[in-house]
Design a protein around this ligand. Sequence first.
Ligand code: NI
Length: 432
Amino acid sequence: MELQFKGRGIEIEQKVKEIRRHFHMYPELSHEEEQTAKEVQRHLKEAGIEFHTGFAGTGVLGVVKGEKPGRTVALRADMDALPIEEENETDYSSKRKGVMHACGHDAHTAMLLGTGLLLQKYKKDLAGTVLLVFQPAEEDAPIGGAKAMMEDGVFDQYKPDAIFAQHVWPDLPVGQIGVLPGPMMGNSDRVTIEIHGAGGHASMPHQTTDAIIVTNQVINALQTIISRNVDPLESAVITIGRIEGGSRYNVIADKVTIEGTVRTYKNEVKKRVKENLFKLVNGIAESMGATANIEYLDGYLATVNSQEWANEVKDVAQALIGNDATPHVNPSLGGEDFGRFLIHYPGAYYWLGTAIPSRDVQKPLHDPQFEIDESALSLGVEVMSQLAVNALEKLNEQHGGDQYVVSRKNKSSKRGANSSIDQMAEGIASNC
Ligand code: NI
């Protein structure tokens, strides 16, 4: 009989909570997930789960092998934290100054470990292989860890037929899962603009080019790209999140730096916003006697779920939780590195409701007071475990149950010649 995980999250609940709290206390920034990765390996080893390392630095691949033959499904969690000073006061608040798990990746990693432990426990009835992908550097857009993991051969030995990931979501209550076919998360680009003027004495503006005044015009004008250049029925956001310039109250600044992000779904909208941004910034700077330096980094592409696997997530959530478990949701313009996996392997990304009932207003992801309702953890484990089992069953039916194992390729040969991933990404994103 097919494995059923309804109610089985409880078997692992306490452990997952402890693991999550440990990660929460000791957060590590992108590319620095050394201790987190070691802890992941320790738990895998303890459970007797095969694992491999050396993917994108700290990335880890766990391999749960079912005792029955079958296809391969991958589950992914991100491991990194953010440079944010935690403001919550709990027993397990961050012990590292200025670093915090403010995006719930501590919970993702703990739930994936819990899922692995649970699947390993029932491997006798598991038909196929489940890959546990622990990814570094999700927050380091546009570099990320997904692409580097694939270039380092994370799927060379075991190639997934489908891949899934979940993200804690403060806008949904515990017991609800947000999922959509098509784009779930948007294109996420990063831009740095330097405005160079000419400094001088505050009382003699005519002898200067005030970089602060020029920047002021630039920031205001940037929002007109959204309101005047983008079709009002399409989605786009420009946010300037950082500004730096000037030295003293009576000195006219010669240089100002601003940093921000551009979010869109469709590539044609992104292209238009990007082009207009360059035109506008350069035009304003020139007209005011300044110069502009623009560094535009094309970041994460939209995270696009396949219809088939998004529906599978929905079916699993409804079977486990109930018919109301998957409310209608709108996609988010947040960026997500998981989209890069979805370019190569079909699958789905979904949100796990973690709203805190005692809070009238939920703190968003990346907020210094962000927190999750931990009662969602065991549910997240159940959904992931069931999803892996159901996906395997579906794949085994489609493919007759033969195990698909490809031989390990030469790792080093793929590094550097990686533009194909971006080219493919470009192609997919322009279709959505
Ligand atoms: Ni995140």
